[in-house]
Design a protein around this ligand. Structure first.
Ligand code: DP6
Length: 421
């Protein structure tokens, strides 16, 4: 066991981004190992606006593994958490802190317990991919704490066993999850296609759509699709492999037209296989459909894609513009069609990179009221405004992968007791 008495706590803190798939993962060939039936591709979103921060601590004084999520203790008993902990522990190495006189030997890790505290800088209930950032951060931070030497690709295949989409959050920029062939899942991991500096013009606007309906979880939704949909086989075997190649090419060439066509088509096909599931699964709602119409009408009137849309297992829209100018025009259209309720204030209605609002010429609620209908719908009366149907917008961009946080004041666990601060 470590050299000192039982009073010490060793801690590591990490921050991991969330990601949005532009070629979707939907369907597993192995439920236990979380092995997918097709490759997928995602954009990592800027951790400044959407990320999980996790602190992990170890001490001989801890009697069991414990975890707190957004300040509330949660059970670690689920197989997904257990697998991540087990796989990381297996790869742990010696850790020594000479200044504090602490030395943890490789074999000590099997008997030491950890405390983990994690929080998301965006509302978990908003239906944004919180499990992707959460599991990526858990595995990344534990790997740092335990001095795991494996590369990020291998670490991503551990995060995959927490939640499939989490493996893509181990890298910044543009990421592919290769489905792999091995039965043990060792080659089902994330690889970076290009880092966040590759295509910096892209602007991402997320419309958080109000939804009262309880959604089917991704895990059970995709299980039902694999069991009952006739279309999913065609998607996984024929459509996605061709799309993945084209999407890689579009990203490499920063070809927004191809990127947007592929992303929209793939989102629509994912929702089509959900509808082809028995009983059918509806993730999008009327507001989601209105957002698709808004974008499609605009894209059609310009003759070339101005914006790409994609929807995960929920009604929120993720809209990707090729540059700030188009993002400002998109913002005007969104605010025209989905103005906030009277009592909402603008600073909480558009969050993240608010400078897009200035570009859109909107600095007050009055400006939103006074917006003109966009030209592509101008002559098509009557056109309606759907007040309050979007809860808020998050403006962000493609961002970096997980990072260690060294600023101890930001740590979520008390360095002496190892309990949440
Ligand atoms: C629609 O990764 O949440 O967001 O592996 O069962 O945890 P599990 O599912 P999860 O599914 C994500 C599905 C998706 C598409 C995607 O992110 O590729």
């Amino acid at each position: 066991m470590a050299e000192k008495g039982s009073e010490w706590v060793v801690m590591a803190t990490g921050r991991s981004p969330t990601n949005i798939a532009v070629i979707k993962y939907w369907g597993k060939r192995d439920e236990d190992l979380i092995l997918p039936i097709n490759d997928s591709i995602s954009l990592t979103l800027d951790p400044l606006h959407l990320s999980a921060t996790t602190a992990a601590a170890v001490s001989p004084a801890f009697s069991r593994d414990r975890m707190w999520l957004n300040g509330k203790e949660i059970p670690l008993s689920s197989e997904r958490y257990q697998k991540c902990l087990r796989e990381i522990r297996k790869r742990a190495n010696e850790v020594s802190d000479e200044k504090k006189g602490i030395k943890i030997k490789k074999e000590d890790w099997e008997n030491l317990h950890v405390h983990i505290s994690s929080y998301n800088n965006f509302p978990t209930a908003a239906g944004l991919a919180s499990s992707a950032a959460g599991f990526a951060c858990l595995v990344f931070t534990l790997a740092k704490l335990m001095n795991v030497k494996e590369d990020l690709g291998q670490i991503s295949s551990i995060a995959r066993q927490g939640s499939g989409s989490a493996c893509r959050s181990l890298f910044g920029g543009f990421v592919k999850w290769t489905m792999g062939n091995n039965a043990d899942g060792s080659d089902s991991l994330a690889i970076q296609l290009a880092d966040e500096a590759h295509w910096t013009d892209l602007v991402v606007i997320i419309a958080v759509v109000s939804s009262k309906q309880k959604e089917t979880s991704s895990t059970s939704g995709m299980r039902e699709t694999v069991q009952t949909s006739a279309l999913i086989k065609h998607r996984a075997e024929t459509v996605v492999p061709a799309r993945v190649l084209k999407m890689e090419e579009a990203i490499a060439n920063r070809d927004f037209t191809s990127f947007a066509k592929l992303a929209c088509a793939d989102s629509n096909q994912f929702h089509a296989v959900c509808l082809d599931t028995s009983p059918p699964i509806f993730y999008m709602n009327d507001t989601s459909h209105r957002i698709i119409n808004l974008v499609e009408k605009w894209n059609h009137s310009e003759g070339t894609p101005q914006v790409a849309y994609t929807f995960d297992a929920g009604p929120n829209a993720v809209l990707i513009s090729p540059n700030r100018k188009t993002a400002a025009l998109l913002m005007q259209r969104l605010l025209y069609q989905f103005p906030p309720n009277q009592e909402t204030d603008l600073t909480s209605f558009v969050v993240g990179d608010k400078s897009i609002l200035q570009d859109a010429g909107v600095t007050s609620m009055k400006d939103i009221e006074n917006l003109e209908p966009p030209p592509e719908i101008k002559d098509k009366v009557p056109h309606q405004r759907f007040t309050g149907d979007v809860s808020y917008f998050i403006c962000t961009r493609v961002g970096s992968g997980p990072r260690v946080i060294t600023d101890e004041t930001l740590a979520l666990l008390d360095p002496v007791t190892g309990l949440p601060k």
